[in-house]
Structures are given as C-alpha cells and as structure tokens.
Design a protein around this ligand. Structure first.
Ligand SMILES: NC(=O)c1ccc[n+]([C@@H]2O[C@H](COP(=O)([O-])OP(=O)(O)OC[C@H]3O[C@@H](n4cnc5c(N)ncnc54)[C@H](O)[C@@H]3O)[C@@H](O)[C@H]2O)c1
Length: 260
C-alpha cells in the first residue's frame, strides 16, 4: 500500500489506548509499519490484533520508566522493523491535584512516566535513528505545558520539561533526526481528558460529553474539544516529508486554547 508514510517504521509508546492507538491506526492507514509499546502488554496485544487488518503492526510490553526496558524495546523493535525511523513518545499519565494536596507518590509517578520515560525512550532510540537518518521523533506534550491551569502544576511541569528536551534534541540530533512536540488540547472521545469528564459526572451530574462541551464553550476559542484523530493527523503530518523543514517546534492542536 502506498501512503504518506510508506517506508516509515514507527514505534508508538502508550499505543495500546487513547491517542497512541489513534496514531498507530493513522500510521498504518498511511502505509507505515508500526510497533506499539505499552506497560499494559495485554491491551497492546489486543490493539495490535484489532488493527492488524490495516497493515503491519505488532506489540511489545514496556515500562518507559525503566531504562532496561526501553533499551530492550529499542533492540526488539529494531529487529522486527529492520530499523526505526519514527519514534512517538506518547505514553503518559494524568494527575490532577492542588499543589498543597498532591501526594508525593503521584508527583514521582508523573515525573517518571511523563518526563523520565520520554527521556529514556529518546536515549534508547537516538543513536539508531541518527544512524538511519531522515528520522523523526515526536514528543507528546500538552497545552498544560505552555499554559497554567489549577490542579495541573505537576502535570504541567512534566509537559513543559518535555518541551525543553524537545528543543535541545532538535539541535543535538540535527540534521539527521527532526524532533517535534505536539501539544494537544482536551480530547473528547478517548483518553485521560475523557475520563476526567466522566469523573465529574459523579459530582456535577449530567453526562460526560455535556460537561466537556460546556468546558469547551467557556474556554476554547473554537468552542469544541479535540478528537484523538485530530492529534493523529498532526502526528502523520510531522512524520511525513511534508514536514521536512520543521524541527524543534511544539505544535498546538487545541482549538486555540494556547496561541504562541
Ligand atoms: N487526552 C488528552 O486530552 C490529552 C491532552 C494533552 C496531552 N495528552 C497526552 O497524550 C498522551 C496520551 O494520552 P491519552 O489521553 O491517550 O492517555 P491514555 O491514558 O488513554 O493512554 C496512555 C497509554 O500510556 C500507557 N502507559 C502509561 N504508563 C506507561 C508506562 N510507564 N510505560 C508505557 N506505557 C505507559 C497506558 O497503559 C495507556 O495505554 C499522554 O502523554 C498525555 O499526557 C493527552
């Protein structure tokens, strides 16, 4: 099959569910070969089986917070794909909490998955991608890494940290690896934001979609939430030759909730 990503051999972390799954599905549709890596190996296997009708995909279990596992992932994914020329550092953890209340173990977990995990994956894949050339790294940040929201100070710190690494690696790995970040807004259909709307039903009543819609109308210039496929479309673009002159950027896909 020929598509915008033919010849791309991609690893998507956190690919079992949510945005990562949507990216894996979009990459397959565009002709890439994909390995999804997730701490939930059984869910990753299920996702790979469900998407296997549309292209070459397989799954690996990996906890991105452990360098022994990210190194094994890089080795095994490279063996399966031949080489890796796209890495999507998508695995992430949500965690709200006032700074006066958020427990230390939640702080540790957020830093470990959202920041250290991205660094360890970048470290494990960087040399291979550099040697390969024409490679692309995409780091999942958030509009919370650029703009302040209450209860998102720790999450926001991890996502701002990703942007710091993103800029430095774009210089360090140039000209052979393009490194860009995506800053999604609030996703309406799957993933951590969707679970957040669902959780608010307990206290606010109504339904999750309605709560999300009201939030969007009050806070987002385009007055709507985004979908996982909006993020996947951007991840396709960044991995394609259409983005060949773009590196070190952090692209907002949030309906205007952040403009910079
Ligand atoms: N959903 C949103 O509205 C939103 C907004 C902005 C940014 N993001 C970011 O997008 C990314 C994906 O979010 P999502 O909403 O799809 O989340 P999700 O919770 O639906 O999916 C995250 C996936 O990452 C995996 N994962 C968690 N810890 C891991 C670990 N230690 N090692 C490997 N895999 C691990 C989970 O098992 C899961 O499959 C995250 O980095 C998140 O911070 C999401």
């Amino acid at each position: 099959m020929s598509g915008r990503l033919t010849g791309r051999r991609a690893v998507v972390t956190g690919g079992a569910a949510g945005i990562g799954r949507a990216i894996a599905a979009a990459y397959l549709r565009e002709g890439a070969s994909v390995v999804i890596a997730d701490i939930d190996a059984a869910a990753a296997d299920r996702t790979a089986a469900e998407l296997s009708g549309t292209g070459e995909i397989s799954a690996l279990g990996c906890d991105v917070t452990k360098s022994s596992e990210t190194r094994t992932l890089a080795g095994e994914a490279t063996r399966r794909l031949g080489s890796v020329n796209v890495l999507v550092n998508n695995a992430g953890l949500s965690g709200r909490g006032l700074i006066t209340e958020i427990p230390e173990d939640r702080i540790d977990a957020l830093l470990a998955v959202n920041l250290k995990g991205v660094i360890l994956c970048a470290q494990a894949f960087a040399q291979g991608m550099y040697d390969e050339g024409e490679a692309v790294m995409i780091n999942m940040s958030s509009q919370a890494g650029k703009r302040g929201w209450p209860e998102l100070s720790v999450y926001g710190a991890t996502k701002a940290g990703v942007l710091g690494m993103n800029r430095a690696l774009a210089v360090e790995l140039a000209p052979r690896v393009r490194v860009n970040a995506i800053c999604p807004g609030y996703i309406s259909d799957v993933g951590m934001a969707w679970r957040g709307w669902e959780a608010r039903v307990q206290t606010e009543g109504g339904d999750a979609a309605g709560i999300g819609r009201r939030f969007a109308e009050e806070n987002i210039p385009l007055q709507r939430l985004q979908s996982a496929s909006d993020i996947a479309n951007t991840a396709v673009f960044l991995a394609s030759d259409e983005a060949r002159e773009i590196t070190g950027e952090a692209i907002n896909v949030g309906g205007g909730v952040v403009m910079d």
